[in-house]
Design a protein around this ligand. Sequence first.
Ligand SMILES: *Cc1c(COP(=O)(O)O)cnc(C)c1O
Ligand code: SF4
Length: 347
Amino acid sequence: MDTPRTLKSAYDLIAAGLLEESRHNEAARVGERYAIAVTPAIAELIDRADPADPIALQFIPQADELVTRPEERDDPIGDHAHTPIKGIVHRYPDRVLLKAVHVCPVYCRFCFRREMVGPDGDGTLSGEELEAALAYIAAHDEIWEVILTGGDPLVLSPRRLAAIMQGLAGIDHVRIVRFHSRVPVATPQAINGELIEALKAAGKTVWVALHANHPKELTAKTRAACARLIDAGIAMVSQTVLLKGVNDDPAILGALMRGFVETRIKPYYLHHPDLAPGTGHFRMDIAEGQAIVAALRGQYSGLCQPTYVLDIPGGHGKTPLASATTQSIGEGCWSVSDYRGERHIWP
Ligand SMILES: *Cc1c(COP(=O)(O)O)cnc(C)c1O
Ligand code: SF4
């Protein structure tokens, strides 16, 4: 049998039994606009008999993506407004994004950078552009943390990753290097000894933020890939996008958060979906998100609680969205609500 490969077109998806033939045209039209990729590990997770499969919803193109709503925008979180030099987004004083690559192992249908990622996206930084980006970081001694994102930085070869880490190793004020990645879910076998070795740099603390949205994604292979990173001294956090039809249910989200904690990954962010074009079918109202997050609080360990955040459109940064649990009722007195929603007076 042939080694399974990544599916990259409507035709590939039909041949693999992941898309009905009648949907070829709609999927092909979506594919002309936004990249498609489904790795073998992801294809294996999809239940072909379930029309509402939460993995299929995340990766199989659908006609809804062709509908751009008036509030949606090409650059939903305002990266461009904070790009002083190619590959860098410097929005907060102490940390920058370094976007070295614009491809991903899989393409999420709700991607917030969907206009920038993919084979036709912004491309990979050339050697010279990377030098210039590193020079920018070196020249700004307020930068304490460099966040590699993109695209998915862990698709880079160990040789290129090592070169980036070597460049950062020479910049004393950078203490933390964070990678945002879906590789442990999409291609867990890629997290091998050579890649892990490449992530190490003298004097730097390395964190990996794993993007996963449904408990099915945390397979034994994915958990083992994360264990290899963590056993090598890398710290991990999670990030999840709250998605209608995928994880907008406290039981599913709770199972996902437990899966992270069992894997030694601290739940970090739960993102409200950004206003990326053609993603309206994934968004719920913020009040619905708040109710789901409040339900998690009472039913799951404190370790399982992510921070529910919105990236304010236009480049204003992230802000927590949890419903207000404290209200001032005058002169040092507060009304606080518990996880059942009952109010208590403090002090
Ligand atoms: C999300 C983001 C970060 C990281 O924010 P944290 O709250 O530190 O996780 C940094 N820079 C930009 C531009 C971002 O969008
Ligand atoms: S892995 Fe991240 S950057 Fe890549 S398609 Fe998914 S959401 Fe977008």
